[in-house]
Design a protein around this ligand. Structure first.
Ligand SMILES: *Cc1c(COP(=O)(O)O)cnc(C)c1O
Length: 752
């Protein structure tokens, strides 16, 4: 985001997103022409709808979503909640007809005005807190962004976190520009075959249906960048996606100038081999810095979200040497001073490593310009700089080239300091400069509008979902328990309807009998305690822990007075056969009469499935092998809708659980032997379910309300909702990392 595109009214319409061949083009950019044509004419209404569809601002505004849905509820669902695809099916006249029929003029007009007003105001928070970043925004690099299910350029937690980060940066008004890759096939679509085995399908995204425009430089030329390697040059074009006040630039190598291999370089997330990976990271890191330069943006801070983009630092160094005449060492210090690095996983396979040959092929030309030797370059990615057996690790590069490094929860901070202690051989563990900023989620995206409406009714119009002031959430304790319970149950009923639709579709695709399909209409029971489990099927997340004692699971699920049902979802990485085996075991429980109507698996976990699940379940289950879950964020989404967390004391839950606001599995310890840990955690999970969770849920007063349960829901809201929000997270980054890096007041990053 350059200053002139955010705050200047002249850029109003551009900021709202320009429809292809739209009014903006026809008016040749003349604003008064645009505005005078944006009346209530059929074309005007159509343009307003398109303008709304072209900035993902709509995706966290339920009233806009409802307007789109109302236009054609069935097509809305079939088109995967994609408003541009929906609008393509209308002519302006047909749309106007429909709008008349439904009396939507005012709604469309108000939404449009709200968006324009949003885009043209600078939030008070930003005015007070982040002034120095004004002309030098934060450049936020991530390899995936999960903003909405209709824009499939994310695979899971890291992407959703980046998406939530930029939404909250937009909300708080932190000047930030984001850089990523455009994947025209995204991540795979999952379905299971008749045996329950995961099948991956890659579909081409219809690019015309995404709210993308080409990115232009200051002279009005489409931006193209290139990155040299020893074996040829990779070219990329740049697409712009608008997310509220934030511009997200996505590099795309699908160009005729590239070799067939490179044209496909950015087609899939995490596809290909290590060579594909280093080339993707070269394009997003080095190419990303070049995009900013072409745009005329001089970032005050570089935030590397995960090591994937750490090559960016080398290009920043090159720029400083070339433009400011600094030596390599001086430029390196200057760059590190402005770089914030976030590490996301304690799992070793999560840290990219490249061998010497791949490094020389891809970084050779840049290294020549930096004037350093191959060994010098390699040493920047090694824990032991001179150990020639060590490969080049992107996390090490990130840590060496940033003054502000952080993990994503307090516990992950401890683990990361221990994990990377070798980089600071002379420091005691507590002196290692890796702090933590615990993750958070974008409240407006994840809290259902039903729950939001209830809160507004009780907490008053001054209450805001965005509030990170704990006292503003305390009013939840005054809420009528019956109404809270009713709202929760309405959401649960919606989840069950969703499950029935999806499972019926799954059965139809597998060609199952009419009888089987018919049965899915009655799947699950809204009266029953419902547990949700959805995440990547990495084995350390131990999705099958409840299957280790199937008899006991049967007793819990089929207790005649206090039954329990479970909804599972999640993808395994295409190369992860053990993960796929876990999915198979869970999915095949549908053939076991004991679990056929108690345990379901929803295929193709994505943001849409996640939203339904976190909004509708009673309990959100999380049982990773401690301490491998760096943070986890899905449980935070569940909090916002009244679900109680039942979790291992790992990641965020280790600092969130206080005895009143959910349930803990285990005591926050782990054994050196994984088998022993798994066995103990499994037993603890069963014990907590049988002795705490199930009894509390079914203990009702004379009005049929589970009062103890509802009290816990309220504690969960009041102690967690504000604290694990993305607004709090971005505020922490801004005050404790961005400002000091940009040369403002220095604060210490928390590191206990
Ligand atoms: C929130 C979310 C995740 C991350 O959840 P974890 O708790 O970190 O496992 C992954 N995928 C999707 C689609 C999500 O919405």
């Amino acid at each position: 985001m350059s200053q002139d595109s955010t705050l200047n009214t002249a850029a109003t319409y551009t900021n709202a997103g320009t429809p292809p061949q739209g009014l903006y083009d026809r008016c040749m950019g003349d604003k008064s022409c645009v505005l005078s044509n944006l009346g209530m004419t059929p074309q005007g209404l159509y343009e307003k709808c398109l303008a709304l569809a072209n900035n993902l601002w709509w995706s966290w505004h339920p009233e806009v979503i409802n307007t789109f849905r109302t236009l054609d509820p069935i097509r809305w669902r079939h088109l995967g909640h994609n408003p541009i695809a929906l609008l393509q099916e209308f002519t302006p006249e047909r749309l106007e007809h429909r709008i008349n029929e439904l009396v939507l003029h005012t709604r469309i007009d108000q939404s449009y005005r709200r968006m324009i007003e949003y885009l043209n105001t600078r939030p008070d928070w930003a005015k007070k807190n982040v002034g120095v970043l004004g002309s030098q925004p934060v450049a936020y690099f991530s390899l995936e962004f999960g903003v909405h299910e209709s824009v499939p350029i994310y695979s899971g937690g890291l992407g959703v976190l980046s998406g939530d980060h930029i939404k909250s940066a937009s909300g708080l008004g932190v000047p930030l520009v984001a850089i990523g890759l455009f994947y025209d096939q995204g991540y795979f679509k999952q379905h299971l075959d008749a045996s329950g085995w995961q099948q991956e399908e890659y579909l081409d995204t219809t690019v015309e249906f995404l709210p993308l425009t080409p990115a232009f430089d200051r002279h009005g030329n489409k931006i193209m960048i290139s990155v040299e390697t020893r074996t040829g040059t990779i070219h990329a074009k740049v697409r712009l996606l608008r997310v509220g006040r934030v511009n997200l630039y996505l590099l795309d190598t699908d160009l005729e100038e590239n070799s067939p291999e490179d044209r496909e370089l950015t087609s899939r997330l995490y596809g290909g081999n290590n060579r594909t990976r280093i080339r993707q990271e070269l394009v997003s890191g080095v190419g990303g810095v070049r995009v900013l330069k072409t745009l005329g943006i001089t970032p005050g801070v570089y935030h590397l979200n995960e090591g994937h983009n750490a090559f960016a630092t080398l290009e920043v160094i090159r720029g400083k040497m070339q433009e400011d005449g600094l030596s390599f060492e001086e430029a390196l210090r200057e760059t590190a001073r402005r770089t914030v690095f976030t590490t996301h996983t304690p799992v070793p396979a999560g840290h990219d490593r490249f061998d010497s040959g791949l490094m020389e092929e891809h970084l050779g030309p840049l290294r020549d310009q930096l004037g350093i030797s191959h060994d010098q370059l390699m040493s920047l990615g090694r824990v032991e700089p001179y150990n020639t057996n060590e490969t080049f690790c992107m996390t090490v590069l990130g840590l060496k080239l940033s003054r502000y490094a952080n993990a994503v929860s307090a516990l992950h901070g401890h683990v990361s300091r221990r994990m990377w202690a070798g980089l600071w051989p002379h420091s005691a563990e507590e002196e290692i400069p890796i702090g933590h900023i615990t993750n958070g989620v974008h409240v407006q995206s994840w809290m259902s509008w039903q729950m939001k409406t209830l809160f507004e009714r009780y907490l008053g119009m001054n209450w805001s979902q965005e509030s990170i002031d704990p006292s503003e959430w305390l009013g939840v304790h005054q809420m009528d328990p019956g109404e809270l319970w009713e709202t929760h149950n309405a959401l649960k009923t919606m989840l069950i309807a969703f499950v029935r639709r999806r499972v019926s579709r799954q059965c139809r695709r597998r060609g199952e009998s009419d009888e089987v399909i018919e049965q899915t209409r009655n799947l699950l029971d809204p009266q029953i305690l419902t547990i949700g489990f959805a995440r990547r099927f990495a084995t350390y997340k131990r999705a099958t822990i409840l299957l280790t004692d199937i008899e006991r699971l049967d007793r819990i699920c089929n207790n005649p007075d206090k039954p329990v049902q479970l909804v599972f979802s999640g993808k395994a990485h295409p190369a992860d056969n053990p993960g796929k085996e876990y999915i198979r075991q869970i999915a095949n429980l549908r053939h076991d009469p004991r679990f056929a109507n108690r345990i379901v698996f929803i295929e193709d976990y994505d943001i849409n499935v996640a939203r339904h699940m976190v909004q509708g379940v009673d309990v959100w289950l999380n049982n990773p092998r401690r301490p491998l879950e760096a943070s986890g964020t899905s449980g935070m989404k569940a909090v916002l809708n009244g679900a109680l967390n039942l979790s291992i004391l790992d990641g965020w839950w280790a600092e969130a659980y206080d005895g009143t606001n959910g349930f803990a599995i285990g005591k926050g310890s782990h054994h050196v032997d994984d088998h022993i840990t798994d066995q103990r955690d499994g037993e603890s999970l069963f014990d907590v379910l049988e002795n705490e969770v199930v009894p509390l849920y079914y203990e009702v007063d004379e009005h049929g309300l589970p009062t103890g349960w509802i009290r816990r829901m309220k504690y969960s809201f009041s102690t967690l909702a504000w604290r694990f929000s993305a607004h709090r997270m971005v505020a922490d980054y801004a005050l404790n990392a961005y400002l000091p890096a940009a040369g403002g007041v220095s604060c210490q990053m928390p590191s206990q």
